[in-house]
Design a protein around this ligand. Structure first.
Ligand code: NI
Length: 194
């Protein structure tokens, strides 16, 4: 179990394109397991590879914190093949943008095609927070952040604040500490980090 350091804006790696995963081998599976460890420790409901400095098309999600149904899902080379015209709003946060939350409008339902941790091709349909989370993580694979979906005024404010902190104190990279299992209902009102 290895918890990896999480990059924080304005780190360049969060703005770059990523390469498709070419081979599913034990190195990749270790990377996936580390990503789950890091996400659960944060705690978050999703984590994309660029957030730990790996520029590959790979993300992990588990929204069970919200809906009680455990869905630890590794998404290798994911691709959204359909999204609904109907949209929904969800208050998003991001492990790479600490202490900032904002409502984001996205398609309410999506269908995503991907390769699983075991190498099998899969296609699933998602709605609710599950759909939000997958879209947020897939954005990361294209260097897109949730603040790109809010007003320019708000985005500039968040970005400038992060740049100022970076200039003053250097990169804000952090390594989450493993936490004891939460009691039922703990942090239930906290917004999600994705
Ligand atoms: Ni994020």
């Amino acid at each position: 179990m290895t918890i990896r350091p999480i990059l924080v804006i304005p780190d360049d790696k969060l703005r770059q394109e990523t390469e498709p995963v070419e081979k599913i081998d034990s190195d990749l599976q270790t990377l996936i397991d580390d990503m789950f460890d890091t996400m659960y420790a944060a705690p978050g409901i999703g984590l994309a590879a660029p957030q730990i400095g790996v520029l590959k098309r790979l993300a992990v999600v588990d929204v069970s914190k919200r809906d009680g149904e455990q869905v630890p899902l590794a998404l290798i080379n994911p691709e959204i093949v359909w999204s609904s015209e109907e949209t929904s709003f969800y208050e998003e946060g991001c492990l790479s943008i600490p202490d900032y939350y904002e409502e984001v409008e996205r398609p309410a339902r999506i269908r995503v095609r991907f390769t699983g941790r075991d190498g099998t091709e899969q296609e699933i349909e998602a709605d609710g927070v599950f759909a939000t989370c997958i879209q947020h993580e897939l954005d990361h694979l294209d260097g897109v952040l949730f603040i790109d979906h809010i007003s320019k005024l708000k985005r500039d404010m968040v970005w400038k604040k992060a740049v100022k902190l970076f200039k003053r104190e250097g990169p804000q990279t952090y390594t989450p500490k493993p936490k004891p299992p939460r009691a039922e209902g703990d942090e239930a009102e906290m917004p999600d980090e994705l």
